[in-house]
Design a protein around this ligand. Structure first.
Ligand code: SF4
Length: 77
């Protein structure tokens, strides 16, 4: 389970976030390409945009479920 006290600093404010355990393996970006982006140094991904609407909420949920390290959370502020 992701830790909202260890969010990647680039996440935009909102309930969805990636924490510092991201590898990164890239599979979540394929699930939610409009929401998740690679950091400038390619060391992790982060939420560049919060979901807007049912389709993007579903994409974010799919990304959470596929993440092998449990690095995506939806209990942020
Ligand atoms: S699926 Fe998880 S570990 Fe892989 S890039 Fe996305 S957040 Fe990082």
């Amino acid at each position: 389970m992701a830790d909202k006290t260890s969010k990647q600093p680039e996440n935009v404010s909102g309930k969805w976030y990636v924490d510092t355990t991201c590898v990164p393996c890239n599979v979540c970006v394929d699930c939610a390409p409009t929401l998740l982006k690679f950091s400038a140094d390619q060391s992790h991904v982060y939420f560049a945009k919060q979901p807007a609407g049912a389709a993007e909420e579903a994409a974010a949920q799919a990304a959470l479920e596929i993440c092998p390290t449990g690095s995506i959370g939806n209990d942020g502020e």
